[in-house]
Design a protein around this ligand. Structure first.
Ligand SMILES: [Zn+2]
Length: 106
């Protein structure tokens, strides 16, 4: 029997600023949302930590990512402790969690 992966709920929004989820784990945060600031900081840290590798690297899931996944409707118990970061271009790393289908990137 095939297992159905958890997917985000339609109309999910940021638990802090109520900005709507746009795709994957990207929300339309307000400029002052601290979850936006933490997400931006994590992205910069990932680029600094992983350099210009090609492929996938793994690190721990952050508390901010966990909060945004839960806000998207992913059951907390389905969220892995680690996230895979796939490099899709020289400047874009896309997070991917085993067992969760966040949908495609537009
Ligand atoms: Zn927000």
């Amino acid at each position: 029997m095939m297992r159905t992966l958890p997917t985000p709920s339609p109309g999910a929004s940021c638990p802090q600023c109520a900005g709507l989820r746009m795709y994957a784990l990207t929300y339309n945060h307000t400029a002052t949302c601290t979850l936006r600031a933490r997400t931006d900081s994590r992205g910069a840290a990932d680029h600094a930590m992983f350099g210009s590798f090609a492929g996938t690297r793994t690190r721990d899931t952050t508390t901010t990512e966990r909060a945004l996944l839960i806000a998207a409707g992913i059951p907390e118990q389905a969220i892995p402790d680690q996230v895979d970061l796939d490099r899709v271009t020289t400047s874009v790393l896309v997070p991917r969690w085993d067992g969760i289908d966040l949908g495609g990137i537009p």
